[in-house]
Design a protein around this ligand. Structure first.
Ligand code: DQA
Length: 139
């Protein structure tokens, strides 16, 4: 199976950025753990701080892959453009948030992405990505 992970803005700083909220592990290190845990899965990883680049990637892989695991980061709460891109594609998508956005500031409580995702995983740390992959493999 082909599964893509897409991370949005500031997630290139995982491990360094607010470690009390997002943990101490870099995504690069975690991605290597995922690759060794799921050796039969063709896993790809893309990160961008730029909304349009994320949309280009969603469109590029969105008719070909078996699943997309997306953490849109702050664009979760603002981006109708990313929501529309997900509506346009055929690949099912799971939304992941490392922190529990519902226990944080009010402006993080609403997601434009949840309505167009198969499901959403929040607050389980990096394990959320692992669980999303397991879901796609069970299909
Ligand atoms: C986040 C939550 C967002 O509110 C925030 O803007 C992020 C990360 C998370 O993974 O917990 O950048 O998506």
């Amino acid at each position: 199976k082909k599964i893509a992970i897409i991370n949005g803005p500031n997630l290139n700083l995982l491990g360094v950025r607010e470690p009390e909220v997002y943990g101490k592990q870099s995504f690069h290190d975690y991605f290597q753990i995922l690759q060794s845990k799921f050796p039969k899965v063709e896993l790809t990883y893309f990160q961008s701080n730029i909304e349009g680049e994320m949309i280009n990637e969603i469109q590029r892989i969105g008719f070909e892959y078996d699943g997309i695991v997306l953490n849109p980061a702050a664009y979760t709460h603002t981006s109708i453009a990313i929501m529309d891109a997900i509506k346009a594609i055929t690949t099912p998508l799971i939304e992941v948030h490392i922190s529990n956005i519902h226990t944080r500031e009010e402006f993080r409580h609403h997601s434009f992405i949840s309505a167009v995702a198969v499901g959403t995983i929040v607050g389980l740390g990096l394990k959320g990505y692992d669980l999303a992959i397991q879901y796609f493999l069970s299909k």
